[in-house]
Design a protein around this ligand. Structure first.
Ligand code: NAD
Ligand code: 6OH
Length: 489
């Protein structure tokens, strides 16, 4: 029987699904099979999406109250809920992640993103000041939030729907229209989101989706469009730098969530078992493909050897499998190309003199997974802090564990990085926790936990890890023009 021709994923522009003549293949990283063909937007297609967004702002969307927009965001969340299993299947197909993770994290958080920003926007207050004046009558100063206009959104493949909606939700809540460009590695859930938007009655042109790659493709064309008013990007630091140059002439507002080389620091007084479990989670979740993952682990010397042995045992016990296995801990990397990058660091580590405590290669399954993009979860010791494997973001299931002696030393070593996104501290001495946490030069510090999220908090990094903060009112501030009005009384 002739195999079914793969689906064609299309753009969503001005409320219509539109195909392009150019397409690219979307492969499943579990077994390399062709999942779908994807339309690749040219510059004209991207510009048509930007124009549709501009038109939408002067349509019914531009006249909606924040309460009406909030209600629309809840309808979008309802729509995702109604097709929850389809979204799970789309995300798992594109990324190979465990089904249980897609259910509990990726798709669940997309729904939460829309509901959170619907409620935050609807309840947001604004500043007002009674200003004394020489004539004694005074003045009233108050601020108003207005939409930026057309917002370009470019998102990565590692948490596809979570990170796309982390940007789309507040952008829409604040009254903007968006043109979103998901990663070429993970187009499926974004396409489903467009279907949900359409079904929910989001006015045409408010949400536009264009597929394509980055350089010389849809991503670059979007950043170069003079029709966008702001650009929010999540991805590699060097891509952020490229995008910053692209939008510089138009002095566009940017929000960047970029790379990291995050540390986990385990003090001798930590709850040992909790720290071991926590570091396994923070180094190997999503096959290490989370910007917040700990690729640098530092353990205070008295427990160092015991800790390395415990991590080795846990990592050897990690179940690498098919996404739908109930107990699977780890799936493949996103692609053979990304696997080649991670394996190049596996080789480099040995060249740099690392001791390979666990992993270091490619698992052999003897089934279809051998055509996928799997690597072994890997643990190194013995490298100096300035080794490339300890300074460059690898973005795979790997960590290096090094001993340290005291607080002053470890604060300096953790901060000695061109990145500054996140850090996890493990200690039962909470005075130490507060003292050390505020001295670590990152945007996010977790103590005795990791990736515990309150969406009202500021999220973002310093140095090469990003520009700006999103989350809670920080998102409302970025996705709005805040104006001050002064009335003479
Ligand atoms: N800080 C955070 O919150 C956060 C979250 C997730 C991922 N990340 C980072 O993202 C990276 C992994 O994601 P990735 O591989 O998709 O990153 P990437 O930079 O390769 O691509 C991200 C997006 O940018 C697009 N893009 C690439 N080049 C472009 C260009 N020249 N112009 C316009 N768009 C372009 C891609 O098509 C994709 O949609 C890692 O470095 C990770 O740390 C950071
Ligand atoms: O890979 C990076 C993960 C980012 C996560 C978030 O932005 C979030 O949880 O809101």
């Amino acid at each position: 029987m002739k195999p079914e021709s793969p689906a064609l994923l299309r753009h969503y522009i001005g409320g219509e699904f539109v195909a392009s003549a150019a397409t690219f293949d979307n492969l499943c990283p579990v077994d390399g099979r062709l999942l779908s063909r994807v339309s690749e937007a040219d510059r004209a297609t991207v510009e048509s999406a930007v124009a549709a967004a501009r038109r939408a702002l002067s349509g019914p969307w531009g006249k909606m109250s924040v309460q009406q927009r909030a209600a629309m965001l809840h309808k979008i969340a309802d729509g995702i809920e109604a097709r929850f299993d389809e979204f799970v299947a789309a995300e798992v197909g594109d990324t190979g992640r465990p089904v249980h993770q897609a259910r509990s994290l990726d798709i669940a958080r997309a729904i939460t993103n829309f509901r959170t920003f619907a409620d935050l926007a609807a309840c947001a207050n604004s500043d007002a000041f009674e200003t004394p004046t020489a004539d004694g009558a005074g003045a009233l100063n108050y601020t108003v939030r207005k939409p930026l206009g057309v917002v370009g959104i470019i998102s990565p493949w590692n948490l596809p729907l979570l990170l796309l909606t982390w940007k789309v939700a507040p952008a829409l809540a604040c009254g903007n229209a968006v043109v979103a460009k998901p990663s070429e590695e993970s187009p499926a859930s974004a396409t489903l989101l467009a279907e949900v938007m359409c079904h929910a009655g989001v006015p045409p042109g408010v949400f536009n989706l264009v597929h394509g790659r980055g350089a010389d493709s849809a991503g670059q064309f979007l950043t170069q469009s003079t029709g966008i008013d702001a650009l929010t990007f999540t991805g590699e630091s060097r891509t952020g730098s490229t995008i910053m140059k692209a939008v510089a002439d138009g002095v566009k507002e940017v929000s960047f969530e970029l790379g990291g080389k995050n540390a986990a620091v385990v003090f001798a007084d930590a709850d040992f078992d909790a720290a071991v479990a926590g570091v396994v989670r923070s180094s190997f979740t999503n096959s290490g493909q989370v910007c917040l993952c700990s690729e640098r682990v530092y353990v205070q010397r008295p427990i160092y050897e015991k800790f390395v042995a415990a991590i080795k045992e846990k990592v050897h016990a990690l179940r690498i499998g098919f996404p739908d296995e109930a107990e699977v801990d780890m799936g493949p990397l996103i692609s053979r190309g990304h696997r080649d990058k991670v394996l190049s660091y596996y080789r480099l580590a040995v060249e740099e003199g690392a001791t390979v405590v666990a992993g270091g290669g490619v698992p052999v399954f003897g089934d279809a997974r051998d055509q996928g993009a799997y690597v072994q979860p890997t643990v190194w010791t013995g490298l100096p802090d300035n080794a490339r494997c300890n300074t460059e973001e690898i973005f795979g299931p790997v960590c290096h564990i090094a001993p340290f002696d005291d607080e002053e030393e470890i604060i300096g070593r953790v901060n000695d990085s061109k990145y500054g996104l996140a850090c996890a501290l493990w200690t039962t001495n909470l005075s130490r926790a507060h003292r050390v946490a505020r001295r670590i030069h990152v945007g996010l510090v977790w103590v005795n936990t990791w990736y515990l999220r309150d969406l009202r908090t500021p999220f973002g990094g310093v140095k090469l890890s990003g520009l700006g903060r999103e989350g809670g009112r920080y998102s409302l501030d970025f996705y709005s023009d805040v104006a001050n009005i002064c009335i003479k009384l």
